[in-house]
Design a protein around this ligand. Structure first.
Ligand SMILES: [Fe+2]
Ligand SMILES: [Fe+2]
Length: 224
């Protein structure tokens, strides 16, 4: 299968079912990606990747259900590996440069994308993934944070899944600390800044439902 052309409508309406239930109810299914997980265990121990990546994979699978025309394997493997590059950059610089100021343009952001591609090219071929597939994965990983535009539908679904995990209470618990924010301020930021960045309508539906649920759970209206 090849990549799917990116529709021009914004947000992109889904063509399949949209599940907005708590993400813990639908963990990523199947064991076909387990050999990849096992190959990147070391890289998942940095920057909360062992929380971020599996939760984002579960969201990515929901997005693939909402867009059955997308190449499901390409989306799943790309989201699984997209941030592994954090495991090979200077850890002390991750929070000092990667999450402050104009963090999207910080040099360390480009480095984690580049390292993620190196890891994909190391890990995937021995597991039987062909060169064309590996290069499609790298095309998504390269620039996933720093390139303003998504190139394909698969690229767009990875970008949305990369953001959606933040709306679950586990994502809020972890990522609010990276930005030095309390949960109330952080969830306000999710609403004001991250929801407008979402590319697809199903992702917006999941994000807004999760945000309401997380705010109620964490009592952010009171504890602020
Ligand atoms: Fe990233
Ligand atoms: Fe990410």
């Amino acid at each position: 299968m090849t990549t799917t052309a990116l529709p021009t409508a914004r947000p992109i309406p889904g063509t399949g079912p949209v599940d907005t239930s708590p993400i813990a109810l639908t963990p990523a299914a199947g064991a076909d990606l387990d050999p990849i997980w096992q190959a990147v265990i070391v890289e998942t121990r940095t920057r909360g990747n062992d929380i971020h990546l599996p939760i984002s994979l579960a969201y990515a699978e929901r997005l693939c259900n909402a867009f059955p025309e997308a190449d499901r394997l390409l989306v799943r493997v790309s989201i699984q590996l997209h941030d592994t590059g954090w495991g090979r950059v200077d850890e002390s610089r991750i929070l000092s440069e990667g999450f402050t100021g104009d963090w999207r343009k910080a040099a360390i952001r480009y480095e984690h994308e580049k390292q993620g591609c190196i890891i994909a090219r190391e890990v995937l071929p021995p597991l039987g993934y062909d060169e064309q597939f590996v290069e499609q994965v790298c095309a998504i990983i390269d620039g996933h944070d720093t390139r303003p535009e998504a190139y394909t539908l698969e690229d767009a679904l990875v970008r949305d899944a990369d953001r959606l995990w933040r709306f679950d209470h586990a994502g809020i618990a972890l990522a609010s600390g990276w930005f030095g924010m309390d949960p109330a301020i952080y969830t306000d930021r999710l609403e004001a800044e991250i929801i407008p960045e979402l590319i697809t309508q199903p992702a917006i539906a999941m994000a807004t439902t999760d945000l309401d649920r997380s705010r109620a759970l964490l009592k952010t209206a009171v504890i602020r």
